[in-house]
Design a protein around this ligand. Structure first.
Ligand code: 1Q0
Length: 213
């Protein structure tokens, strides 16, 4: 029987596949399920990563609370959430105020991290067996996420990345069998992650939400 506490990359990637509807809508239930799976993985990496997983957990919880709240129906998809919060002026657009924890700004943080994930997994996919995951992870972080973080977070993240296991060990934790299989699954799943990212990016761009404080 599958161990519910054991990370499975296949399950995470499956959630990201499921989150995309045929109409191009992004279903929050599965999107957040994907993130929960990733947090599970981070928990297995030790306490150097807790400050990252704690932040991710807090953000997932904020969105889960909206989904289970009185207006839960409005939070079924990312598109419906954006429409609802923007139409009802529930988003702080220029500086943090009453709506500092809006669904839109909270999801934007995860969305930016999804780009990091996409880059990192792509680097892992094409890397050689002896490449250092700490280097791949740091490169992906510097390329797309570091610019949104203050110096202290960047420093802590870079220190944590040094603790990452080797590519081979990484693939073992991925819980998916031999390296070739992991590489194949990544190749199949990454375009779905990319599509999810692109749809969200377009949506946020159309509504001028890419720089929410
Ligand atoms: C594998 C190692 C994990 C590396 C995670 C990379 C992301 C680094 C992010 C550092 C975030 C530091 C914590 C706090 C940041 C917040 O200030 C920031 C902004 O929020 P706010 O409210 O202050 O405006 N928050 C964020 O940017 C959100 C960060 C969420 C990060 C969630 C990362 C989840 C990653 C999971 C592990 C993926 C491993 C995939 C490989 C699987 C293959 C086995």
């Amino acid at each position: 029987m599958a161990d519910p506490d054991r990370f499975s990359l296949a399950e995470v990637l499956e959630s990201f596949k499921k989150c995309l509807s045929d109409e191009g809508e992004i279903l929050q239930e599965h999107y957040l399920e994907g993130w929960k799976g990733l947090v599970k993985f981070m928990s297995s990496l030790g306490s150097a990563f807790s400050f990252i997983s704690n932040d991710a957990v807090t953000k997932i919880q904020i969105l889960e609370d909206y989904r289970s709240g009185v207006n839960g129906q409005k939070y079924l998809t990312i598109q419906s959430m954006v429409k609802y919060e923007v139409d009802n002026e529930l988003v702080d657009l220029t500086k943090r105020g009453d709506h500092w924890d809006s669904g839109c700004r909270t999801l934007l943080r995860l969305h930016r991290a999804l780009r990091w994930l996409q880059l990192f997994l792509e680097k892992l996919r094409v890397a050689s067996d002896n490449s250092k995951t700490s280097v791949l992870c740091t490169e992906a972080y510097q390329d797309v996420l570091a610019k949104y973080h203050p110096w202290i977070i960047r420093k802590a993240a870079t220190v944590a990345f040094y603790m990452l296991p080797s590519r081979a060990n990484f693939f073992e934790v991925m819980n998916m069998g031999p390296t070739e299989k992991v590489v194949a699954i990544l190749g199949e799943a990454l375009p779905v992650v990319a599509k999810t990212y692109d749809i969200t990016e377009d949506l946020y761009s159309q509504h001028g939400l890419l720089d929410l404080p």
